[in-house]
Design a protein around this ligand. Sequence first.
Ligand code: HPA
Length: 236
Amino acid sequence: MTPHLEARPGDYAETVLLPGDPLRAKWIAETFLDDVRQVNGIRNCLGFTGSVKGLAVSVQATGMGQPSTAIYAHELIHFYGVKTLIRVGTCGGIHPSVKLRDVILAQTASTDGAMNRIALAPFEFAPAADFGLLRAAADAAERHGVKAHVGGIVSSDLFYGPEDRYRVLTDHGVLGVEMEANTLYTVAARGGARALAICTMSDCLITGAALDAASRQSSLKEMIALALEVAAGLQA
Ligand code: HPA
């Protein structure tokens, strides 16, 4: 039991998938895991544990944004011994090379948020994905014909904001924008855990195009399958 998680010690698997949306966590658990039980309901930020082909896996919603994500990642690592955290989410596209439905494996995550500045000043920490997870995800994507880009994203605190604000990042090769990965990588690094953010590009900030509901659902399925294959590889 922590301030935000009511699970008992041992209730979470060592590997946890982290969607932002609680109902997506429920959907992932019900769709992909066997022997599922709910382990968290505080604030309706739902968490579940089950198994995939004999491997124990949990799914915990993080809510939106970096402070919320940092709280769940910290508590999972420090109170429940979680070792591997895989974010599964959507992102906005900010680079012409990334098309709707493409997957981004976030090698690194820049940010406009202040959390790392507060914790790490005077340094500008450079959060990075765990290389083993990144490589496993890139290999799995190639095996399954999933178009995956390996590169940088940005975790922004602004969902609504000035148009064209990501232009300078596009000019530096940044591929997508979401709101969580930078702190996930930082908290994992601080806790000696490994982390990876896998994002489906659901809306293109350059063209204004967005996935319809059906494509969104099928692309999410593809991404979760990828994340679970990475998780399964950890026990091999
Ligand atoms: N901004 C931030 N996060 C997102 C977006 C976006 O445009 N699309 C999907 N997640």
